[in-house]
Design a protein around this ligand. Structure first.
Ligand code: KG4
Ligand code: ZN
Length: 346
């Protein structure tokens, strides 16, 4: 394990973080990387809802309107002024290029004007780091299942900032599958929380959807076959004039996803002899996934941790935590830092 620097001159580090990779404009201030002083999130969900998903050009424009207001609010809530910030962390990928550029431009302008370090952060690393904020005692190594709207990864976190990738999705991300199935069921956007809620009223065994494991030893995932199975089921029921119980379809789909996620994650944990599994990303907010992974982990003496709901979905606090650890390891960016829409982890 690397030795981390102590707070400088006995004074606390203050990180300003900015996140604009998708449809939330967010700014946060953290003390010594793991304590939130403020975490302001301005969501654009209501703007994109009527289109059934995020419209990239609209997202960029909304970020431009909001960014300065959100940063100022984060500073005010943290009760600090700009000259008290030690460094700035900002998401530079993956995400929507126009959206990323708004946050990056703001962060670069501030780093230049204040003459403080700029730290580019991978959004996916941010999701993992949300757990360091939520669990003060959490330290690598641990196994992490990252499930969001754009990404699905199984990674072993060997140390701060050191990721060994074990598996990824070969097609749709898990959150994307939730959103697409929710749309087919007429539930609205974003679909994940709506399926989570309605599935509580349904029978998870009502429809026997496929459990897609791929080859026996792979930790990769595939969601598109399951998504097609749901669409085919809905079409065939309609053609036969048979009724559709949305609650049952939602619960059965959700269970088919969760069973595979839980089994593959436990298999990976056994292989790595991991004592801790950490959930990250927007889908980590799913109540059934949290409950089932925790229950199955317990049977094998494996602790399962996840962030509170507000730190599961996109927010700048998680970016600030990742930035703090990068800074401690001397991973500082220059002002040429650019957006990388398809940035990978590890
Ligand atoms: O991490 P996130 O905010 O954005 C990305 O980085 O992609 O994740 C958003 C995704 C969406 O697909 C949303 O439907 C899903 O997370 N999500 C959920 C739940 N809450 C959010 N999926 C399942 N159950 C939930 N409770
Ligand atoms: Zn995210």
């Amino acid at each position: 394990m690397k030795t981390l620097l102590p707070p400088k001159n006995g004074r606390d580090y203050r990180t300003l973080a900015i996140e604009t990779s998708c449809d939330e404009t967010s700014a946060a201030v953290l003390k010594n990387g793991r304590e939130i002083l403020s975490n302001v999130i301005s969501s654009q969900i209501d703007v994109h809802k009527k289109f059934g998903g995020v419209v990239p050009e609209v997202a960029s424009r909304k970020h431009i309107e909001n960014i300065n207001i959100v940063i100022q609010e984060a500073l005010d809530e943290a009760e600090i002024t700009m000259d008290q910030i030690d460094h700035i962390g900002v998401t530079y990928g993956p995400g929507l290029v126009g959206a990323l550029l708004v946050g990056l431009s703001a962060a670069k302008a501030m780093a230049y004007a204040l003459d403080i370090p700029l730290i580019g952060v991978n959004h996916i690393e941010g999701h993992i780091c949300a757990n360091y904020i939520a669990h003060p005692d959490l330290k690598p190594p641990f196994l992490c299942l990252i499930v969001s709207g754009g990404h699905t990864y199984l990674a072993h976190v060997n140390d701060y900032g050191e990721y060994e990738m074990m598996g990824k999705t070969r097609d749709d991300a898990v959150g994307e599958a939730f959103d697409k199935v929710a749309r087919a069921l007429g539930l609205g956007y974003p679909g994940g929380p709506l399926i989570d809620k309605i599935a509580k009223e349904g029978n998870p065994e009502a429809v026997d959807f496929p459990r897609v494991y791929l080859e026996p030893d792979t930790f990769d995932f595939s969601m598109s076959g399951l998504k097609s199975a749901v669409l085919n089921y809905l079409n065939s029921q309609k053609q036969r004039g048979a009724s559709i119980r949305v609650e049952d379809v939602a619960a059965s789909f959700q269970q088919a996803v969760i069973e595979v996620l839980v089994n593959k994650t436990l298999h990976a944990a056994r292989k790595k002899e991991a004592h801790t599994i950490v959930l990250a990303g927007g889908v980590a907010a799913n109540s059934a996934l949290r409950m089932q992974l925790e229950r199955e982990g317990k049977k094998e003496g494996i602790a399962v941790k996840y962030p509170p709901l507000i730190l599961c979905t996109d927010n700048a606090a998680m970016i600030g935590c990742a930035a703090y650890y990068r800074y401690q390891q001397g991973k500082v960016s220059d002002l040429y830092l650019n957006a990388i829409p398809d940035l990978k982890l590890g």
